[in-house]
Ligand binder design. Structure first.
Ligand SMILES: Nc1ncnc2c1ncn2[C@@H]1O[C@H](COP(=O)(O)OP(=O)(O)O)[C@@H](O)[C@H]1O
Ligand SMILES: [Mg+2]
Length: 262
């Protein structure tokens, strides 16, 4: 049964999508059966893997739509929506229409668990499932946190504003732990886009103070290769497997294996 990891932060541009893409590529290259699910209407993960959502007629939207008491599992079977990628993992693509669906979800039957039920259809076919969340706390994010075993929180080192929003995120995690998903754990906080500036040291210091051992030792360096990879529709593993940032994500993957016992 797959171990499910949601990647979330209320702030945009903290490296959520890059982290999901990089870890998905690395674990897949190591023989893990990995599914990446794009839960963000902005569809950055999908687009960055070389797929134009406008050309798709089956996305996460079609899988989730219509979930209700008489049709508990919603629309299309998830297996019909999964795109097998050349790098050896599966992708559940997103589409901008997820935005409208998110609003409809509010009235769906046990609305926090729609994604969780959907993932259960395919959980025995994967070792790991990554959920890439949007930078807001909406019903889709609550669904991702409800479907997850644990949550990864990337925090941007090169921004003085990086820590703003962390307490709201932690409150949301506690809310989800209090009811729909009591088993949810914080797998860890990741310092991303680190560049050895004074701001990065300040952010890193504050994270250590606030999160202690929950902060991963692996730090993700700022490296343009990671910004280029999506333009080539590849993960960092294939695009620049020998880059420093690929090494950082491989180190992070090792820490994740220990913490998640996978
Ligand atoms: N370690 C890194 N080095 C350089 N650029 C990065 C790094 N991590 C992310 N980026 C770039 O920063 C931007 C935001 O990252 P992204 O992963 O899309 O964040 P989020 O999903 O949290 O909004 C993207 O353009 C991405 O390519
Ligand atoms: Mg993103």
């Amino acid at each position: 049964m797959a171990y499910t990891i949601a990647c979330s932060n209320i702030k945009g541009g903290t490296g959520k999508t890059s982290t999901v893409s990089s870890l998905t590529g690395i674990f897949a290259s190591q023989g893990y059966r990995v599914l990446a699910v794009d839960c963000d209407p902005q569809s950055n993960l999908t687009i960055g893997l070389g797929i134009n959502p406008d050309n798709l007629d089956k996305t996460l939207v079609e899988a989730l739509v219509g979930a209700g008491p008489n049709n508990t599992n919603g629309g299309l079977p998830l297996s019909e929506v999964i795109i097998p990628m050349a790098e050896g993992f599966g992708l559940v693509p997103a589409h901008m229409a997820l935005q409208a669906l998110e609003l409809q979800m509010v009235s769906m039957f046990s609305r926090e668990k729609v994604l969780r039920r959907k993932l259960e259809e395919v959980k025995d076919r994967y070792d790991l499932i990554f959920l890439d969340c949007s930078p807001s706390i909406n019903m889709l994010t609550i669904n991702a946190l409800t479907a997850a075993d644990s949550v990864l929180v990337p925090v941007q080192a090169n921004s003085f504003y990086a820590l703003y929003g962390m307490s709201q995120l932690m409150n949301t995690i506690r809310y989800v732990q209090s009811d729909p998903n009591p088993d949810l754990k914080v797998l860890g906080v990741i310092l991303t886009m680190s560049n050895n500036t004074r701001i990065a040291k300040e952010v890193s210091g504050q994270l250590k103070e606030n999160f202690g051992d929950n902060l991963f030792n692996s730090i993700i360096r700022l490296n343009t290769k990671l910004a280029e990879a999506p333009a080539m529709g590849q993960t960092i593993s294939t695009y620049a497997g020998d880059s420093p940032v690929a090494e950082d994500y491989r180190n992070l993957a090792e820490e994740i294996k220990v913490r998640a016992k996978i």
